[in-house]
Design a protein. Structure first.
Length: 1042
């Protein structure tokens, strides 16, 4: 769509909507008589308001702040329904009274309108004045090139807090390869800086950090994000994250942290051909980058072994050193190169002085035999060599450290090496080698293998075809075990990703999962007092028990050993089982109150209770802890690496149950046939004298069985690889007779061939390289005719350090070319396997190494990127955080949903509306409005009559008074003026008692004609009296009444 048309689309849609609604309204007014029904007309107009409002906001005429709709797409259907209801209400029966019809229209119309607004999700917004500042801090390795970066960050945070109001909040997020909350949003305080979170520092994901900050923005306040970084982004797209911030209405500010310029020399790349044939001469190219000409020492390693070293000189800038090597034996081999400047002043940061790559060498299959005592591996080595394998044999100390070391081999044999002798990383790598790389793994039995070796509930058991659980209730006595864990303050120290206590709790939880339902378990956490986390009892709910154990945190002082032993032995004495065992875990330097411990242990042994002890670290108390284990007829474990605790706890639990080993003489019986036993005379196999009791898994194929049907040899497929388990041994303890049997040798040779990894498809060329915090995998395919093959469905499965595992499709990017990119968070070796999705087979394997020093490349601060992010979001580039809380230009609104009250009102209005239309009221109530109207009309009539009467009286009074005044004026003109004399005698006053009566006046009647003519009355006292206006009005009223 052209941009111009896209900009006008909202206006066009709005205009079209108005035309449609106007057409409907015109029709309704002309044809349907909507104009005569104002309520229904108003209902139709109000129903379209949400659509009109949304259209105007879409066209950017209005801003959706104070009112918004959660479900805007439903506004148009709601408006149509409201209009339909209004149209329907036009058809109400005219036989209904006008009042009832009006009330029905009002109530049902209001109900429809409220429901329409509720369906559209109307929300009311309230502006907020709070401000939340999220400070996003770069913790990647490149920040090490910024002088005093940590001090600068702490200072800026303190400066920012000075301008905070009471309702404001500030929080910090740290990021590198990933982002995590370091200090949640909080008010102003003087608390110390929080502890730094642990992050993979080999990567800088500014985009991910901004998105994580957006997710932390509270809904009830305005917000601002501030990024403190050098701007060197190695993954993600910060500009896309900036667009997300714009959509959320949150500005992003930037405070650049400037890197210092330092002299440096580094390995930019190590390049070798990804595939070679055995004995072939291959070229090694070492690409270096230096700030100045630098003489250096060069060292080259293959699979961890030093091949050569020497001196060289590299020029300033990029330079290439070329060497030639001879391809070793078959397998996937890792090459590493290290350089060291002869003058340390020319290389301030040596962390980036390594480079690595992988070469896949074609040839015969390779096998690695890992045996506790390599001298006892002779029979297995001979059997594998007879099957055309190239065999290497190592002891526990020489087992490869990571998956890259195992990738050099096609099949692995693990024989009688206990799990505590391997690190968690090695155990994870063994399982990943099978599941993700398609390799083969053969697990051999022995008193330090499988369950007795502590492999229960580990990744090794996950890939094994047999289970190591202790659930054989029919063949063993029940076990009552108490696990006592030191949870004093020293257990809060970290050991890798977890604290020591977390690892001990995890180990105890795994032990609980290993025990059967007939066993009993108690777990106590002890410092200066004993706390029963799980009282000694049956394992009725293993999930709840494990949850309770894992939830315990650190306590106080050191463990009191005597209190621990007394409480544990007292609980075990009450149990009625044959096997009773105490496992004590304590810090080798903090086990207190041990004076009476030896007597307690010896006394418990005499009562049938055994005691084993695990000492974490060699300390002042280790010797006494070891003595306690000897006195208690148990086992003592000295553990330096807390990460091995789960394996040790599992091993001790299995050994305490005394049921995982069955030492009896028997001949293995054939079961399901398979590639491993094809052509073997199983009847000619000698006897075995013992084996480890296991349970076959559901999909496993059992080839040989022992007493009571227990599996002796089982195989299965897991992931893209295969694994097998031979629960007896092939050396001088249980399988001594087998070591000299040709049939047994053939059996193990065929078994290895059945388990071995498939050879790479020569038509698939797989390459991988790690750069910029990402793994780039590329595959090129050709068909049998040599042409590019573009229709294969491939996926890449990648395994790496710390149990890293990813699976991603390989997308076609060209003719016969496929590619995928996977983000990486930690340095180390990553092995990629290409898998044919149709067949499910691995077709090629390669590897790459993410160097720990890649982030330290002195590229300088990228101010341009930080500036673009700030400009896009409406933020700014700052030198300091001073005054950041004063900028509150961006308002944020808190929204309250109106849906619940609107739905309630709609329901009530509908209820009353239907009632008004359908229900008949009593006559007294139905006539009530008519009586009210009649009374109102009567009051109005009386009021009007009274007003008319007052007006008439006023006119009459005015007329009479005028006539009287006029008549008076005329009489005054006719009468003579009286004479006034001064000599007239005064009237006599009669004395008291001698009054003289006055003469009665004689009044002559007026002539009749004068009265009729309205003449003036005759003179005299009586005729001189006149009527008042009040009397006249009263007389008139009387006349009306007559």
């Amino acid at each position: 769509m052209p941009p111009a048309l896209g900009a006008q689309l909202p206006w066009l849609a709005l205009a079209l909507g108005l035309v449609v609604f106007g057409s409907y309204l015109g029709w309704a007014l002309r044809r349907a008589g909507l104009g005569r029904r104002p309520l229904l007309l108003g209902l139709s107009l109000l129903g379209v308001l949400p659509v009109l409002y949304l259209g105007l906001t879409w066209a950017r005429v209005l801003s959706e702040h104070y009112v918004r709709f959660e479900r805007p797409l439903l506004a148009l259907p709601a408006a149509v329904v409201v209009a339909a209801i209004a149209h329907r209400l036009l058809g109400l029966s005219p036989r209904q009274g006008a009042a009832r019809r009006t009330l029905t229209e009002l109530l049902i119309g209001f109900s429809a309108l409220a429901a329409a607004f509720a369906v559209s999700g109307a929300e009311l917004g309230k502006p907020l004045d709070r401000l939340a500042i999220l400070v996003v801090i770069d913790r990647s390795r490149s920040i090490d090139l910024v002088p005093d970066a940590d001090a600068r960050v702490r200072s800026e945070l303190q400066i920012a807090e000075l301008g905070m109001r009471d309702d404001d909040r500030i929080g910090t997020l740290a990021f590198a390869a990933e982002a995590a909350v370091e200090d949640p949003l909080r008010p102003r305080s003087r608390l110390p800086a929080p502890q730094k979170v642990e992050l993979g520092r080999d990567g800088t994901d500014i985009a991910g950090a901004i998105r994580r900050a957006l997710a932390e923005v509270p809904a009830d306040s305005a917000a601002r994000i501030v990024v403190l970084s050098d701007g060197v982004s190695t993954r993600g797209d910060p500009l896309e994250a900036a667009a997300a911030a714009v959509a959320a209405g949150i500005p992003v500010d930037a405070v650049p942290l400037d890197q210092s310029k330092v002299p440096d020399v580094r390995v930019a790349a190590l390049r070798m051909p990804p595939r070679a044939s055995e004995g072939e001469t291959i070229e090694m190219r070492i690409v270096t980058s230096a700030s100045a000409e630098t003489p250096l020492e060069l060292r080259i390693f293959r699979d961890g072994q030093l091949l050569r070293k020497g001196n060289a000189k590299v020029a300033a800038g990029e330079d290439v050193l070329r060497l030639r090597e001879q391809a070793p034996g078959p397998g996937l081999h890792r090459y590493d190169v290290e350089i060291t400047a002869l003058d340390p002043k020319l290389d301030v940061r040596p962390e980036d002085n390594t480079g690595s790559t992988f070469v896949r060498v074609r040839g015969q299959a390779a096998a690695l035999v890992m045996e506790r005592d390599p001298k006892l591996a002779g029979a297995m080595i001979r059997a594998l060599e007879a099957a055309a394998f190239r065999v290497d044999s190592v002891g526990p100390s020489s087992v490869p450290a990571d998956i890259a070391g195992f990738a050099s081999y096609d099949v692995l044999v693990l024989s009688d090496i206990p799990a505590p002798d391997l690190s968690p990383t090695q155990i994870d790598a063994l399982a990943s080698y099978v599941r993700d790389l398609g390799g083969g793994l053969l697990l051999m039995g022995g008193d330090k293998s499988l369950g007795p070796g502590g492999y229960g509930k580990t990744p090794i058991e996950e890939v094994s075809p047999v289970s190591f659980d202790l659930k054989q209730e029919r063949r063993r006595a029940s076990l009552a075990e108490v696990i006592a864990i030191d949870y004093s303050g020293s257990m809060a120290m970290r050991a890798g990703k977890h604290t020591k206590l977390e690892l001990a709790n995890e180990a105890a939880a795994r032990s609980a999962e290993l025990l059967g339902t007939g066993d009993r378990l108690g777990v106590m956490h002890v410092d200066t007092v004993v706390s029963w986390t799980v009282p000694l009892g049956p394992l009725t709910d293993k999930a709840a028990i494990s949850k309770a154990i894992r939830a315990v945190g650190p306590g106080g002082g050191g463990i009191y050993v005597d209190l621990t032993l007394q409480a544990a032995y007292a609980a075990l004495d009450r149990e009625k089982v044959n096997l009773k065992h105490l496992l004590l875990f304590a810090d080798g330097s903090d086990a207190e109150e041990r004076a009476g411990a030896f007597g307690l242990v010896a006394g418990a042994k005499s009562r049938g209770i055994t005691t084993s002890v695990i000492s974490l670290g060699r300390g002042s108390d280790t010797a006494d802890l070891e003595k306690m284990a000897r006195l208690g007829d148990g086992r003592f474990y000295l553990v330096e690496d807390a990460g091995r605790l789960p394996s040790i706890f599992a091993q001790e639990t299995v050994l305490a149950a005394k049921s995982s080993i069955n030492e009896t003489t028997f001949k293995a019986e054939p079961a399901s046939p398979g590639a491993a036993t094809r052509g073997i005379d199983l009847g000619a196999l000698p006897v075995l004298t013992g084996y480890v009791v296991t349970i076959p898994k559901g999909r496993a194929q059992v080839h040989l069985r022992g007493p009571e049907g227990d599996p002796i040899l089982a195989t299965w497929s897991i992931g893209i690889g295969r694994a097998g388990a031979f629960t007896s041994d092939y050396k001088d303890r249980w399988g001594r007779a087998w070591t000299s049997s040709p049939e047994a040798s053939r059996l193990f040779g065929q078994l290895a061939r059945d388990l071995t990894r498939r050879a790479d498809d020569p038509r698939v060329r797989l390459e991988a390289d790690a750069a910029g915090g990402e793994l780039h995998v590329r595959a090129n395919l050709v068909g049998d005719d040599g042409r590019a093959e573009s229709f294969r469905r491939l996926k890449a499965r990648v395994a790496g350090p710390d149990g890293f595992q990813r699976e991603i499709p390989l997308e076609a990017v060209g003719a016969g070319a496929y590619a995928a990119t996977i983000p990486l968070s930690r340095p180390g070796a990553y092995i990629a396997t290409a898998i044919d999705e149709i067949a499910g087979d691995a077709v090629a394997t390669t590897g790459a190494v993410l160097s720990a020093g890649e982030e330290l490349r002195p590229t300088g601060t990228d101010r341009g990127l930080l500036t673009r992010v700030a400009e896009i979001t409406g933020g700014q580039v700052r030198d300091t955080l001073a005054g950041i809380f004063k900028e509150r230009s961006v308002k944020r609104f808190a929204y309250t949903s109106l849906t619940p009250p609107l739905l309630l009102l709609a329901a009530l209005a509908l209820l009353f509306g239907v009632g008004a239309r359908k229900l008949a009221l009593p006559e007294r109530l139905s006539s009530l409005p008519a009586r009210w109207r009649a009374r109102a009309r009567a009051r109005e009539a009386r009021t009007q009559a009274a007003a008319e009467a007052r007006a008439e009286e006023s006119r009459a009074a005015t007329s009479t008074l005028g006539a009287l005044r006029e008549r008076k004026h005329e009489r005054g003109a006719e009468l003579p003026h009286p004479r006034v004399t001064t000599d007239a005698a005064p009237p006599s006053v009669p004395r008291f008692g001698h009054a003289t009566p006055a003469p009665r006046p004689v009044v002559a009647p007026p002539p009749a004609h004068a009265a009729q003519a309205g003449a003036e009355p005759a003179a005299g006292p009586a005729s001189s009296r006149q009527m008042s206006a009040a009397e006249i009005l009263l007389a008139r009223r009387r006349g009306r009444r007559k």
